[in-house]
Design a protein around this ligand. Sequence first.
Ligand SMILES: Cc1cc2nc3c(=O)[nH]c(=O)nc-3n(C[C@H](O)[C@H](O)[C@H](O)COP(=O)(O)OP(=O)(O)OC[C@H]3O[C@@H](n4cnc5c(N)ncnc54)[C@H](O)[C@@H]3O)c2cc1C
Length: 331
Amino acid sequence: MHLGVRVTTIARDDRCLTTDDGNTIRYDRLLLATGSSPRPLPKTMNNSHVAHLRTAAHAVDLRRKFRSARHLVIVGGGYIGLEVAFSARARGCSVTMVEVGPSHLGRTGSAALGSWALRTLESNGVDVRLNTSIAALSGSADEKTTVHLSDNEGIVADVMLAAIGVLPNCQIATSAGLATDNGIVVDAFGRTNDPAIFAAGEATRYPIAKLGGSFRTESWNASRNQAIVAAKSMAGLPTEAFDELPWNWSDLGRHSVQCLGMPAMGTKRLTIGDAAGDEWMEIFLDARETLVGCVTVNQSREMSKLRRALVKESGIPAGLLQRANIRPTAC
Ligand SMILES: Cc1cc2nc3c(=O)[nH]c(=O)nc-3n(C[C@H](O)[C@H](O)[C@H](O)COP(=O)(O)OP(=O)(O)OC[C@H]3O[C@@H](n4cnc5c(N)ncnc54)[C@H](O)[C@@H]3O)c2cc1C
C-alpha cells in the first residue's frame, strides 16, 4: 500500500509505473480506478470562499465554512448542489442556487423531477436562478465574496460551492496511449485496449447493452459491481459481462429521490402517483417497450422491487403496472 503517492506514468512496454515519489512499480496486470475530479472553475474565479465537495477533506472544509456562513451560493443544480442546499437550509443558512440549464437534475432525471425539485427547493426557502451562470467573482481578500451572475446581478456570499460536475481522471491512461473518450474506454469485462490493463469505476466509459450504447456513469453501485467483474477478468476467473443500469439515490431534506438508467432515452412514460405531489414514480420505455429509465420520489420500496425484477429479467412487476394511473404518454 503506497498512500499519498500519485502514479505519474505507465510504461506499457516495460509493464511498470512511475510514481511522484520517484519509485517504479512493476505489474503483470494493472487496474486503473482513478475516479473523477471536480470540474475546475476558471482560474480567475478561485478564491478562499470557493468550496468543492468530492473528498473527505472537502467535506470537512465545507463544514468549517458553514459554521460562520450566513449566505451560501451554490453553482450547479445536480445531486451534490441539491443535497448541500437542503443541508444548508436545515442549518439556517440562506441559499441562492444558480443553474445554467432550464431545470435541476437534468442529466439523470426527468422533466417532472426537475419541476418537483424546483417546487421543493423554493418551498424550503432556496432562491433558485435557472438558465443563469456565473460570470466572475470579486472581493477575494475580505470576509465575503461577490458572485456576479450572467444577468449582471451581484450576490454577496460567505461561501460559493462549485458543484458543476466532474471530469474523469484519465490523464495517465491517455498519456500511455490507452483509448479514452470522456473516460477510459473498457469493454463489459473492464478490459482496455491493452490486454494487461483493466479499468473500473467512475473513470471509465463502458458499454451498457440494455441501453444500446457506451456511457460514463457516476454511481457508487456501478463502480462497485463493475470493479468486481474487472477483478474477476484480471484473475482469469469466469464472470458475466457487466450490464447494470446506473442507479443514483439522494436524500433531499425529508425526501428520497432515486434515478435508474437513462430516463432521457425513453420515448414513452408511465406515471404512477401524482407528479404534482411528493410520492410518485415514472417508468421510461423505449420504442421496443424496453425499460430504459425510472425516477422515484419517496417510492424507494417500489424502486427496489423494480431493480430486483430487472436483475431476474422478469419485466416490470405487474403490481406496479396496475397502479399506473394513466396510459403511457409520449416523452
Ligand atoms: C459528495 C458525493 C456524494 C455522492 N453520493 C452518491 C450517492 O448517493 N450514490 C451514488 O451512487 N454515488 C454517489 N456519489 C458518486 C460515487 O461516490 C462515485 O461514483 C464513486 O465513489 C466512484 O468510485 P471510484 O472508485 O471509481 O472513484 P473515486 O472514489 O473517485 O476513487 C478514485 C481514487 O483514485 C485516486 N487517484 C486518482 N488518480 C490517481 C493517480 N494518478 N495515482 C494514484 N491515485 C490516484 C484518487 O485520489 C481517489 O482516491 C457521490 C459522490 C460525491 C463526491
